[in-house]
Design a protein around this ligand. Structure first.
Ligand code: HEM
Length: 393
């Protein structure tokens, strides 16, 4: 048996966040299955084909381990995340009940309202000649779009945002605050589900309270696990996806001009931004048995990271992988994952990001990064995005 290919890899360090891409390249070329001793130890798959295959091989590389999707692991709460912390066939039963809500046709109905919301947000800062893309635009646009999608009161949005922020931003630096926010969010989800049990409508949460698995309605614990994932799974990724795109465009006047004059380019451009600056860089799975890969032995129970950010820069699949080509075709990126857990919210995410970019560019065709205040990246490397992104125009 070969010795373990141990590498110094910690995605939550400032150096890594600054430049993950050269580390990824070295891994893909020299050590496609590597082991990091950080955060309790985990394997890393860095090549596109290996990540793609592992995503569909849930019998061997499983999601069925609550708390193990994030690296470092989170303490499993009372309710496992549904459907993300289950493997087929249970995963399929949970997921199929709500998939029509996320279809392109359903999501498209929200476009006029999301466009209106984007316009209102821009109205609030356009005369100031500056804004913080994360605080003033991407975060509220996602929060209102999600509330609209889920038929939640827009008056609740600010509070949901505060909890979500404490849960994500606080995960590494204030675990107690994150726990309190989890409890408050759980109460809120419980209230929403109870109201729909009494008076069901035709929204997604109403479907959850009425759905049955093997002839039985979901328990309150299951409803919490499902509601929490729907509210939180894609939140940060959409904010990051939109902020990353506008950060890139801030330094690309010709590409801004092109997107404004060729609006049909927006859809492929969104895919390329997600490939090039993937909001979710890596997520975990657990090996269910011993696996041999490139001469390395992964043992049962060990964590395995699906390194989406690296797969999406793999030059074995993407020509000129380190260039952002707005009209890249084909673009089979893995920013939304793959296999059974392929992102449920992908169409909604694409819509919010596309509308967000388009409205901003039309109203503010000339903008650049602020000369007074520097943009600050998030310290955690599993989500690639910005804490603050000040721009001027
Ligand atoms: C740009 C934005 C987004 C990105 C990059 C993204 C990415 C991903 C990825 C990589 C996965 C696979 C997880 C895994 O491998 O374990 C996933 C799953 C999921 N996403 Fe998203 N996501 C985004 C937006 C959204 C939105 C807006 C929602 C919902 C409102 C959402 C809901 C989900 C759910 C429920 C799952 C679990 C699906 C399952 O287990 O079958 N996502 N997403």
């Amino acid at each position: 048996m070969k010795e373990r290919a141990v590498i110094a890899f910690d995605h939550h360090t400032a150096e890594w966040v600054e430049d993950p891409y050269s580390v990824y390249r070295q891994m893909r070329d020299g050590c496609p299955v590597a082991y990091s001793e950080a955060h309790g130890g985990f394997w890393l798959l860095s090549r596109y084909e290996d990540v793609r295959e592992a995503l569909s091989d849930w019998q061997t590389i499983s999601s069925n381990f609550p708390g193990r999707i994030a690296i470092p692991h989170t303490t499993p709460g009372p309710a496992p995340g549904i459907p993300i912390e289950f493997d087929p066939p249970q995963h399929t039963q949970y997921r199929s009940a709500v998939s029509t809500f996320f279809s392109p046709g359903e999501v498209k109905k929200l476009e006029p309202e999301i466009t209106r919301l984007a316009g209102e947000l821009i109205d609030a800062f356009i005369d100031q000649g500056e804004c913080d893309i994360v605080r003033d635009y991407a975060t509220p646009l996602l929060a209102y779009s999600l509330a609209l999608f889920l038929n939640l009161s827009l008056a609740d949005v600010a509070e949901i945002e505060r909890w979500a922020d404490a849960i994500f931003a606080g995960r590494l630096k204030d675990p107690e605050g994150a726990k309190r926010a989890q409890a408050a969010l759980a109460d809120y989800i419980g209230e929403q589900m109870s109201a729909r049990k009494l008076n069901p409508g035709d929204d997604l949460f109403s479907t959850l309270v009425q759905m049955e698995v093997d002839g039985t309605r979901l328990t309150d614990t299951e409803l919490l696990g499902y509601g929490r994932i729907i509210l939180l799974a894609g939140r940060e990724a959409v904010i990051d996806g939109l902020s990353n795109s506008l950060w890139y465009l801030a330094g690309q006047p010709e590409k801004r001009l092109r997107l404004n004059s060729e609006p049909e380019l927006l859809r492929p451009a969104v895919e390329e931004f997600l490939r090039f600056m993937s909001p979710i860089q890596l997520l975990g799975r657990v090996a269910t048995k011993e696996v041999e890969l490139y001469g390395q032995t992964l043992h049962e129970g060990e964590s395995v990271a699906m390194t989406y950010g690296s797969a999406n820069r793999d030059e074995r699949i993407f020509q000129e992988a380190d260039r952002c080509l707005l009209d890249r075709k084909p673009n089979p990126h893995l920013a939304f994952g793959g296999g059974p857990h392929y992102c449920l919210g992908a169409h909604l995410a694409r819509l919010v990001i596309r509308v967000g970019i388009s409205c901003f560019l039309q109203r503010i065709p000339e903008f650049s990064l602020s000369t007074d205040r520097a943009a600050e990246r998030k310290p955690n490397g599993d989500a690639r995005g910005f804490k603050t992104l000040p721009v001027e125009f």
